[in-house]
Design a protein around this ligand. Sequence first.
Ligand code: ADP
Ligand code: MG
Length: 243
Amino acid sequence: MQPLVELDHVNKYYGDLHVLNDIDVSIPKGQVVVVIGPSGSGKSTFCRAINRLETIDSGEIRIDGVPLPSEGKALAQLRADVGMVFQSFNLFSHKSILENVTLGPIKVRGLKRKDAEERAMHLLERVGIANQAHKMPAQLSGGQQQRVAIARSLAMEPKLMLFDEPTSALDPEMINEVLDVMVELAHGGMTMITVTHEMGFARKAADRVLFMADGKVVEDSTPESFFSNPQSARAKDFLSKIL
Ligand code: ADP
Ligand code: MG
């Protein structure tokens, strides 16, 4: 079967720094992948390359067998197909919660406002924010804003969701409300690539763990075997510091 995401011998440099070093990974539809590794190992660059927020220097990235487009309408389409949620919530601060979630579907997917609003309310319901739809982002807590950011991505009906440390800017009491939404999404069949050090999420939801160090995928295994029996010295050292 055609994988949903393929990174085919991908390399990227920042000057002398080999930030993605021969990344060769193929992800089937529906798989939930957790990417972990030390700070600076290339995890964010890996995610950003997949929706072409970063270019690569060699190799190829394909979604559904099609190489990533580089510009124009096709690029806007890609960004809609590949949702991304960042550490910082990145909501449009001058727009209401509802508008945040309807804007993309109206502009990029061509939905009528009424249909976009119906879809948005359904998604806000799903992430537990429906009663805040007419508020502005600054009136919500960090955890609520991050759930809106997830709903906003989902409103585009993405094929793939990328999460780059979505809970690391949150106060501890808000982490679980965001992780719960992500676990539900994972169990619902969404293909996901999540950079996180939340082991609870990895154990509950992930099919696969990629451990990155120095721009390379050093281990590629199940959460069970990665956490209980890491193979490399790098992974053992990393786990000893975070567990
Ligand atoms: P991680 O998310 O694993 O912490 P990143 O992908 O953000 O790692 O960064 C990997 C390395 O690339 C780091 O050493 C970082 O300093 C460097 N880097 C990231 N973005 C840039 C950039 N725009 N220009 C130069 N170096 C960068
Ligand atoms: Mg990062």
